[in-house]
Write a protein that binds this ligand. Sequence first.
Ligand code: NAG
Ligand code: NAG
Ligand code: NAG
Ligand code: NAG
Ligand code: NAG
Ligand code: NAG
Ligand code: NAG
Ligand code: NAG
Length: 690
Amino acid sequence: MWPLAPFTLFSTLLLLVTAAPTPKWLDGAEACSHIAQQTLNDPRDVVACLKSFPFREDFRQNVLAVAETAINFHTFETISLNAPPPFEDSTINLRAEFDRIRHQQYDTDYDFNVDLFFTVNRLQDGHTTWNPRCYVDVFQNMLPIPLVSLERKTLAEEPKQESIYVIPDADEFFATFLNGSFTRYYMARGIDIKRYAGAEVLSIEGQDPYAYVRKIADEYTGDFLDDGIRQSMAYASYRYIGGKWGQRIGDFAGPTVPTYTKHEIEVTLIPRGAQESETVKFPYVSTLIGKTFTDQASYWENNCAPTSRTNGVDYKLYMTPLVVPLTGNETTNVSSSLVDSATVLMERRAFAGLPDLNVRKEAIDLPPAFVPSTLNMSGSDAVTYFTMLPNTSVGVMVIGSFAPLDLYAWQQTVLDGINGLKSQGAEHLVIDVTNNGGGYVCDGLWLHRLLAGPSVDVNEGFEAAIRVNDLVEDMVLADMELAKSYNFSDIEPLYYSPGWKSVNGTKFGVQENFLYPLQNLSINGVPDTFSRRHANACSPFHVDPDVPTEIPFDHSKILVIGNGICASTCSAFTTLMQELHGVKIVNFGAAKGAHSGMIGGEVVEWRGLDSEFKTANLKTHPLAGPELLVNANFRINWRATYSYRKPDTFNSYNVAVADYSFPYTEETWNRPQAVWTFVAKEIFGVKIAA
Ligand SMILES: *[C@@H]1O[C@H](CO)[C@@H](O)[C@H](O)[C@H]1NC(C)=O
Ligand SMILES: *[C@@H]1O[C@H](CO)[C@@H](O)[C@H](O)[C@H]1NC(C)=O
Ligand SMILES: *[C@@H]1O[C@H](CO)[C@@H](O)[C@H](O)[C@H]1NC(C)=O
Ligand SMILES: *[C@@H]1O[C@H](CO)[C@@H](O)[C@H](O)[C@H]1NC(C)=O
Ligand SMILES: *[C@@H]1O[C@H](CO)[C@@H](O)[C@H](O)[C@H]1NC(C)=O
Ligand SMILES: *[C@@H]1O[C@H](CO)[C@@H](O)[C@H](O)[C@H]1NC(C)=O
Ligand SMILES: *[C@@H]1O[C@H](CO)[C@@H](O)[C@H](O)[C@H]1NC(C)=O
Ligand SMILES: *[C@@H]1O[C@H](CO)[C@@H](O)[C@H](O)[C@H]1NC(C)=O
């Protein structure tokens, strides 16, 4: 995944995609033409358009063939057959579900895709998802009342109780959204967003609001095994992304995908300063986030037909031939395509994270009153923010994501940032990972090495194995052979041995097979084959002059803070800091127990997997599956990380617990600087000038 890079150069070079025949439209296609005309829509009209595409047996067969192909490489298929408590709800037999879906009757293509989407979503693992872009990435449904759970300051009793509120900044938050047309849409329907900003919510659809939030977290959110983290996802909160302070709207108010088909929601609330409660029906509004279109045919063409990025490419087209010239099978001008090898290379680096969280469309700038007044220091960039709390010895490092624009340059950036804090006299370090969706494994591993110091084994907590089948074995052998003709170190395909290290820290040789000896496991009573345990080839790191030989901060003077939403690479990093080095973790908001999730491994997208087949010249192998005929993605967990506490088990269900948990208050919610100041005072015991 490469969420932020421009792909403009790249798109001209790709292999031909077999165009799927244009579907025959159902009657009622006017819905698509109707919604094409306006910015804000009634979700019922949007769903009418989405449901106007008839069910297609050929698409079902194609999609299920791709799903089954992908699952052969997914590390947790057999583990998911029997999930341990308290995660029993994520138990699922994917093969049996695919069989069910193969025989089920569907009226529309949408119904088929929604079933598959929610079936895979039941795994509650953001590493493993079916993403039919045609239906989940074109429109989003939103509400003008994002929620947050705050401590009630009016109550004297201890422990203080929390209530759910509409975010206090709802009016400022939406004021500039879609040039104010969002606010005007509601005003025209008699709903003044300002009136409900900060209102206390008494019930939602006749239910206790916390029960309703749990319902959203259980039925829609997916991504995290821990229900506390999923509830945190329902609420609005701040984040740092794209070099700016933004605000997530949260999964309650949007962007729920159109598969969430309510068109209005009844909420009872007490507006700020009012004595009486009101019951209001808030309509959802559906806004376009996909490509524009004019009618049903162009909706399909622009949003549903496969693109040059749907299926894989032959990486050899981007590699330098060594001695042997190209085989002649390739169709592209290789010398010009080399321009893009950097893009391909970045795209294929080990990635563990939630791309959705890194780029989710709802990021709206944090209103100015909430933005820290601190100065951004050296080392600050699109995903990282370094600062000092004024007149203190407390340095702050915000890591909004582990997916920087350049994964290698970031290693130096972070080192500069840490050195900058030290030179300003920092003795304490607050690491803020609020809403961090994860990212490049080597960047997480590097940050751990930097803070843990030279005595650690850099691969500790990152050792892993991959799932093996006949095609995997063939691909490794093919790549070994092809490496005689191409410089594979330009790109390092996933199945190329020197892309990995032995657990003793030595890179595998070109002619060494990193899979063997295989591990013949039995998981939940099912035989399952994995590669040998191996490590990431992240070091030597990309820093100059050298990796520091000293620990920059005493571990007792580091705190990691967040809201539970810290996925994958972020989770691996924070969990290691806590469990290996005793660094304390502080949670704010709903996720009272778990501080992070999705620790279990690394992802590969369908496109990446398909590229491996093509690069190894094995696209015709019986296990390689067809090209996807629709604009969609099946992502899987491709590499499973071992627990360092229970060294022989995969980390799939490890949920680590925060050392301290605090509710947000009206003072700390959405104010990063107030949160840093709070922990500096309460936990470090540092004096802060008023
Ligand atoms: C919003 O307003 C700006 C400046 O007034 C304009 O350039 C832009 O096209 C508008 N965007 C939309 C979506 O209307
Ligand atoms: C080239 O194509 C031929 C015929 O399809 C095939 O036998 C051969 O394996 C291909 N070679 C490579 C390197 O792709
Ligand atoms: C390949 O691309 C290069 C650079 O754009 C160009 O000079 C060359 O003529 C092209 N060769 C062929 C065979 O198209
Ligand atoms: C700090 O922020 C300002 C304004 O956003 C920006 O121009 C500057 O480049 C940033 N400095 C660093 C070191 O990131
Ligand atoms: C292969 O590429 C790498 C990285 O670009 C380079 O360092 C190495 O020298 C190349 N090897 C050969 C044999 O050309
Ligand atoms: C490290 O492991 C590799 C791969 O198993 C092996 O070839 C090499 O001899 C080992 N090196 C040492 C120093 O043990
Ligand atoms: C695992 O199974 C394979 C094939 O079934 C066999 O070749 C191999 O020796 C077995 N490995 C171990 C460690 O038992
Ligand atoms: C920090 O100290 C300086 C002078 O020592 C003072 O002018 C400034 O107001 C202080 N800032 C804060 C936030 O206390």
